[in-house]
Unconditional design. Structure first.
Length: 216
């Protein structure tokens, strides 16, 4: 490549830009690959976990899914029946509503990462116990460390209480945000709650828009 004085030929500049783009592209792909590899390893480790009795009752571990390089990570409560059968988070009625809510603010499901506080379905879709949350959240914490999003958005009481480290009522937490370890933390109602209370849907959308503005 010829670089003479301070005025390199256009052809040389184009070659250099192509080379730089190739290198940058490789580094970007490598970063994505590293995150996917780390999540894969964590998923395999979690499959061996038997700290909770519900691990013996599950059909599938519901680890989480989405873009590991996303700026936004949603945290729900725990798997339901359809999630347990498919091994995917938020695929039942509440999941479909979540997809609609995301679409209404211009977000595609596949462009974010979605996980839950606990990875195994509690029998009868009961609330997760304190012991189950305590046993499972170290894995969630590691997921968050790997993905390192700009925004963590809690869906419902259990996820929001964990993220905000408080027992404050959902009505007080929703629409607020804090910053922790360089990550914006916000929350709103769980989609299952919105199915029972459709009028709260606009509040959810407002909360999500407000949180997204914090990372723009």
């Amino acid at each position: 490549m010829r670089l003479q004085n301070n005025s390199p030929p256009v052809s040389d500049l184009l070659k250099f830009m192509k080379y730089a783009n190739k290198i940058m592209g490789f580094q970007w792909t490598a970063a994505r690959s590293d995150k996917s590899t780390e999540l894969f390893k964590l998923n395999n480790d979690l499959k061996k976990c038997r700290l909770c009795t519900i691990a013996e009752l599950r059909h599938n571990l519901v680890f989480g899914e989405g873009d590991p390089n996303s700026d936004i990570m949603f945290i729900g409560e725990g798997p339901g029946e359809k999630e347990d059968l498919t091994g995917r988070p938020f695929v039942g009625r509440a999941g479909k509503l979540l997809d609609q809510m995301l679409s209404s603010v211009g977000i595609k499901r596949e462009s974010v990462y979605i996980a839950n506080i606990i990875k195994c379905r509690p029998p009868g879709n009961r609330n997760p116990s304190n012991e189950e949350i305590s046993n499972c959240t170290p894995y969630l914490k590691r997921q968050i460390e790997i993905i390192h999003p700009k925004l963590l958005f809690g869906l419902g009481k259990f996820a929001s209480s964990y993220l905000f480290e408080t027992d404050a009522a959902m009505g007080k937490l929703r629409g607020t945000h804090i910053k922790k370890d360089g990550i914006i933390i916000s929350c709103s109602y769980h989609p299952a709650y919105l199915l029972r209370n459709p009028s709260a849907g606009n509040l959810f959308i407002d909360d999500l828009k407000k949180a997204i503005k914090c990372i723009e």
